[in-house]
Write a protein that binds this ligand. Sequence first.
Ligand SMILES: *Cc1c(COP(=O)(O)O)cnc(C)c1O
Length: 395
Amino acid sequence: MVLRAGREFLAIPGPTTMPDEVLAAMHRPAMDIYAGELIAITDSLLADLSRLFRTAGRSYIYIANGHGAWEAALTNVLSRGDKILVLESGRFAVGWGEAAARLGVEVEILPGSWSRAVRPEAVEARLKQDSGSRIKAVLAVQVDTASGVVNDIAAIGQAIRAAGHDALFMVDAVASLGCMPFAMDDWRIDVAMSASQKGLMTPPGIGLVAAGPRARDVHLKADLRTPYWDWTAREGEEHYMKYSGTPPVHLLYALRKALDMLFAEGAENTFRRHRLLAEAVRQAVSVWAERERLAFNITAPGERSDTVTTVLVHGTPSADDLKDFCRDTCGVVLGNGIGALSGHAFRIAHMGHINAPMVLGTLGVTEVGLNVLRIPHGTGGVQAATAYLGDSLRA
Ligand SMILES: *Cc1c(COP(=O)(O)O)cnc(C)c1O
C-alpha cells in the first residue's frame, strides 16, 4: 500500500520547491541577447542582488552552482601561496577551503564541531596570534546545511575587527540568503556568495557573488584570476561580457520572478515565515526526542538554523529507513545525513517556497514513519507544531 500520488513533496535542502510563477516565467522562446528586455532584466537583477545581500558593493551572476560561486569568490581575491583561515562548523566551510587548497592556497582550519556554531572568541584569539598578517581571508558559512547550524556572522565580523586584523571576511550564504537576515555591509563582510536553488526558489544553475570595496582593491593584484570568473572582465557596459558569454536567459527570468515574489512579501515577512515554520519543526522534533532515539544535531537551541533542521536517529531502524519510508510510501523526500552524519541523520528543509501545509505535511508523514517503523519517540510532535503555530498566529 502506498499513499503517494500527485506531486512529490521535496523537503531536501536544495534544490528546493519552485513556485509555479517561477516555472512559468521561464516558458518563453529564445530571444535576442544583444538588445531589448533582457538587458534591463540584467541591470535590475544586479541591483536587486546587492539589495538582497544588503551591500552598496557590486554583484556578479555566474552560470554555476554554489561550488562555482565558491571558486569565483576565491579566485577574484586570492593569490597562490596566500593563507586563509576556514571556520569549521560542519561540512560546507571546509568544502570551500578544500577548493581553495586545490587552487594553491594554504588553508588552516579553525577546528569546530558538527554540533555547535563557530565561537567568535576563538576566531579573535587565533587572529591575534597572526601578528605578521599572514592570513589573507577568513571563510565562514552562515548556515551549514549539513549540521543545521546557524553561525552568528555579525559577531564573527566583530571578532575579526576586535583582533585588529585586516583579513577579508568571506561568507557563504547559500542556505540562508532570502530566508534569514543577512547584512553584508553592516556585518563588515567583504565577499558574499550564494546560489539560486535554495532560499531563492529558482532552478539550480545561477551562482551569485557580491564584493565590497576592500575585496575589489585586493582583486586588482589577485593572481588566481581566470577569464570566466574575473570581476573586472564582467564590469564593462557590454551585456554579453557581464556573463563572460551567453547569458542564462531563462534562469534570469526565473530569478527575476523569484526576487519579485520575495520583495512583494517583504523581507521581514519572509524572515518571520521562515522563523515560525522552523520553530514548528523544532517543536515537533523536541517532542520526538523525548524518548532519546532522536535528537537535534545542534545541541544549543539558539544555534539551530531557520532554514534546515538536522535530526539524529540512533540505532535501527535507521534515519535512512525512515527516509525511505517517507519517500516510497508517502511521497515526501527528506534530506539525508551527509558527511559524518551519513546514515545517522535526516534533514528537514524549511527554506524558500515553503508554507504551513508543506511543513505540517512533512512533519505528519515523518511521524507516520516513526510509528510504522516503531522507532521509539515522544508522542504528539505534530500536535506540538500545530499548537505552536496556532499560538503564534493568534498573538
Ligand atoms: C548547497 C550548498 C553549497 C553548494 O552548492 P551547490 O550548488 O550544490 O554547488 C555550498 N554551501 C552551502 C551552505 C550549501 O548549502
